[in-house]
Design a protein around this ligand. Structure first.
Ligand code: HQG
Length: 179
């Protein structure tokens, strides 16, 4: 087992397929960590897994993907499960960014940013994060600038993911510009 493998598997379980692990997310996406560990331990590679491994994985991970509080764990963003995770809307920074591929641009400028397979659109707090996100899909990604404050004032809802990631239900095209 590597910690990167563990992070990926926990993301898969808590973002996309809790039922495959016999888990049920609560409204905010939490599950008891002991249930997650018990489910993972059924796989040989995780047979020695401890709660300390999970704590270490979260602490040392480059991206803050998971949160551990009390005896519960959840994914902070990325969900695609049927039941939409409940988050409190909060005022975003004035400007947010979104890194994407050139091939999506025509559609995005027409219909805005939509969440596609996930529950929320993912936005970046800074340009560097947006470049990293966009590079997953394009070696030279397009970095979009979102007039988040104007959108918020017009009633578009934003939610906090982690220190670098913000979420929204959708971002209409009129708040999006190209750099
Ligand atoms: C695009 C990773 C056509 C959108 C990352 C994106 C992030 C549209 C893709 C997090 C569109 C969806 C999320 C429209 C949006 N028409 N394409 N109207 N609206 N798109 O993976 O933001 O490493 O669901 O631009 O770092 O790329 O897994 O979202 O390219 O933080 O922790 O549709 O996932 O984090 O792709 O990435 P995704 P994303 P982890």
């Amino acid at each position: 087992m590597t910690y990167s493998q563990l992070s990926k598997e926990i993301s898969y379980a808590l973002r996309h397929a809790p039922q495959e692990y016999g888990l049920t997310l609560d409204e905010q996406g939490w599950v008891p960590v002991e249930d997650l560990i018990a489910a993972l331990k059924k796989q040989v590679k995780y047979s020695d897994l401890t709660v300390q491994d999970i704590t270490f994985m979260i602490q040392t991970s480059e991206k803050k993907r998971h949160e551990f509080a009390g005896n519960r764990i959840r994914a902070l963003y990325g969900h695609s499960t049927e039941e939409k995770i409940k988050k409190d809307a909060v005022q975003p920074p004035d400007v947010l960014y979104h890194g994407t591929a050139h091939k999506f641009m025509q559609k995005i400028l027409g219909q805005g940013l939509i969440s596609k397979d996930r529950q929320y659109v993912h936005l970046s707090q800074d340009r560097e994060t947006a470049i990293n996100v966009g590079q997953r899909r394009d070696t030279d990604p397009v970095i979009l600038v979102i007039d988040a404050l104007a959108a918020w004032k017009d009633g578009v809802k934003f939610y906090h993911g982690n220190e670098t990631i913000w979420l929204a239900d959708e971002v209409p095209a009129k708040y999006i510009s190209r750099t």
